[in-house]
Design a protein around this ligand. Structure first.
Ligand code: SF4
Ligand code: SF4
Length: 340
């Protein structure tokens, strides 16, 4: 992997140059300390890549919360209106945990059967990573997702007055070659400062979770009273699923208009919603809140591990920050382990 340096003052110039590769998305401050992911082509200085979390993560760039898969009229063959096709996009300011989340979505949507709606946008996505600093909700260090070696095109780590820039792909290399005025070779001092930053960052994490043998522990704890307690506390509002970068439940519905127009739409869904597991005939496999809460945790930390060899939680802390009743994933697993 090639490693370069870039003066911090040149960041707006890099962002302008990235427009050549697609619409540029970045975290933007909407209100004090509230960040959303927006297109910044009109004013690249709005980018706030150091912001720890946008409320809704990047998954909305790949699969819109609601889109039409097929449309047509009665008696005619339906066609794909390309409603979900976003074209070329550049995602700027992706932190290491979200790069891992993107890799998890790739496993989900591109293994065995490739989801064409996801795949079309994914193939045109340029990923520019950005080194962050943890707060009290981050536990990516425990999930082994606090740093990345691949999955990005460029990755910028801020050092004093400059960035260390890792080039991860040929697209990243193209960006560098097209903008030789922005980059120069990294020095030994840059590497030393980068390694010191890594060490200091490791020590800055205050939240930890022990995931050793967690799938096995969960298998033993299926009937633990903690799930009933959580079922009483959880509103099943689905906020944690909507903000989670790896939650990917969806529903497909057919809608028929009075004039014979019909469409098949796909919308974000959540296994926490009451009707998610209702089947034909009306039976609900997870009618109890406790069952639905348990399902979310088990899917992330047990079923996904069995299928893909890793959990599907990257420790980003979004669900902790956004739960209206204060349910904290780390505390839940500490309790399950008997540590609380
Ligand atoms: S955000 Fe909290 S209350 Fe809402 S579904 Fe998730 S765990 Fe339950
Ligand atoms: S479960 Fe929570 S901490 Fe884990 S990836 Fe999803 S939002 Fe982030």
């Amino acid at each position: 992997m090639q490693t370069l340096r870039m003066n911090s003052a040149l960041l707006p110039e890099l962002l302008e140059a990235l427009k050549e590769w697609g619409r540029v998305w970045a975290p933007v401050e909407r209100a004090p300390d509230v960040f959303s992911l927006e297109v910044i082509d009109d004013d690249v200085r709005r980018a706030r890549p150091e912001a720890l979390r946008t409320i809704v993560p990047f998954k909305k760039l790949l699969l819109k919360p609601r889109f039409t898969m097929l449309s047509g009229r009665t008696g005619e063959a339906p066609t794909d209106p390309l409603d979900n096709d976003a074209g070329a996009q550049v995602l700027f300011g992706v932190h290491a945990c979200d790069v891992h989340a993107l890799k998890i979505l790739d496993l989900l949507y591109l293994t065995d059967y490739a989801d064409p709606y996801y795949q079309r946008n994914r193939e045109q996505l340029v990923v520019i990573g950005y080194g962050c600093w943890p707060d009290e909700h981050c536990f990516c260090e425990s999930m082994d997702t606090s740093s990345v070696d691949d999955g990005f095109d460029l990755f910028l780590t801020p050092l004093e007055g400059r960035f260390l820039v890792a080039v991860g792909t040929s697209v990243g290399d193209d960006i560098v070659r097209a903008n030789p005025n922005l980059f120069e070779a990294a020095t030994r001092q840059d590497t030393r400062d980068y390694l010191r930053r890594l060490r200091e960052r490791e020590e800055a994490f205050s939240l930890e979770i022990d995931v050793t043998d967690l799938p096995y522990v969960l298998e033993l704890k299926k009937d633990d009273p903690v799930w009933d307690e959580l079922g009483k506390k959880c509103l099943c509002c689905g906020s944690c699923s909507m903000v989670c970068p790896t939650c990917s439940c969806f529903n497909v519905m057919d809608e028929v208009g009075p004039g014979g127009d019909s469409s098949r739409v796909r919308i974000w869904d959540a296994c926490l919603y009451r009707d998610y597991a209702v089947v034909a005939g009306g039976h609900n496999f997870r009618a109890d809140r406790a069952d639905r809460v348990r399902q979310r945790y088990y899917h992330k930390q047990e079923a996904f591990v069995r299928e893909f060899g890793m959990p599907s939680c990257v420790g980003c802390g979004r669900c902790i920050e956004n739960c209206p009743t204060g349910i904290n994933v780390v505390e839940v697993f500490q309790y399950v382990r008997g540590e609380l």
